[in-house]
Design a protein around this ligand. Structure first.
Ligand SMILES: [Zn+2]
Length: 267
């Protein structure tokens, strides 16, 4: 008899680590122990929390800056899918969709945060003095035929990170509308580049003032860009920009320069 009890206790000990402490003392039948260990309670979907998350996603998708439009469209689509699943009482499906949308939203927020940090850094420098590492290269080296001399002005086009992101979003839209890209002649200019233009292109470029006392070029801030082919008011580029640039935060600040567009922000 003693041996039999000992065997039963040993069996209980083998069944699962979690019940080792309590099972031998109460000497519960082995079958009960097995049931407790093998069948954990099924995970219930927290429907009120799910609905709250869908509402939060829908709200944040409306607040994002225009340059994260792709992510906004993805989140919007997932929100309507999640809502449909909730209406159909398919809560587990809705939960999977919400998890996916939240991951996209998390990535987008991280990208936006990094972009804002880099932009703040660029803004902390004087005009024409921003190191290239705090700017974003939006176009590889291209030489403007007009300025093709010993010094290459605007070899590659750099913009302040927020302006660059807005430009890229705008260029995507322009490409969808026209099948062409918005090519740029110039973005940020350092002191040497600005001085060269001020000397060789009198009337079109400010002296490279770096102090706040003088009004200087917006190219020194990395917010201005010169759009290729936009000089004529009847050009495809100019007409499109006139109609759409504002949505992306770009405005024409010099009425006599149709190619010069400056990023002023989207919020
Ligand atoms: Zn310009």
């Amino acid at each position: 008899m003693r041996r039999l009890i000992a065997t039963a206790v040993a069996t209980l000990l083998l069944v699962g680590g979690a019940v080792v402490g309590s099972a031998p003392a109460t000497a519960a039948p082995a079958a009960d122990v097995v049931t407790t260990v093998a069948a954990p309670a099924p995970q219930k979907v927290n429907v009120p929390l799910l609905k709250k998350r869908v509402a939060a996603l829908a709200a944040s998708a409306e607040k994002v800056p225009v340059y994260t439009k792709v992510e906004r469209q993805q989140v919007r689509a997932l929100v309507s899918k999640a809502r449909a699943a909730i209406r159909a009482k398919q809560h587990s499906k809705a939960e999977r969709i919400v998890t996916k949308a939240r991951a996209i939203e998390k990535d987008r927020r991280a990208t936006e945060k990094a972009l804002a940090a880099k932009t703040r850094k660029a803004k902390s420098y004087d005009r024409h003095m921003i190191p290239l590492k705090y700017l974003t290269k939006v176009q590889p080296a291209s030489v403007n035929a007009k300025h093709r001399t010993k010094i290459t002005v605007c070899k590659a086009v750099y913009l302040r990170p927020d302006a660059a992101a807005a430009y890229q979003a705008m260029d995507r839209q322009f490409f969808e509308a026209t099948g062409r890209h918005l090519r740029l002649d110039c973005g940020f200019r350092n002191v040497a580049q600005q001085r060269y233009l001020a000397v060789h292109h009198i009337g079109y470029a400010y002296w490279p003032w770096t102090d706040k006392k003088h009004y200087g070029s917006e190219h020194g801030l990395g917010t201005a860009m010169d759009v290729k082919g936009a000089a004529s008011a009847s050009s495809v580029q100019y007409r499109w920009l006139k109609k759409n640039a504002k949505r992306f935060g770009f405005v024409q600040t010099l009425t006599y320069e149709n190619w010069h567009w400056v990023f002023k922000g989207t919020r």
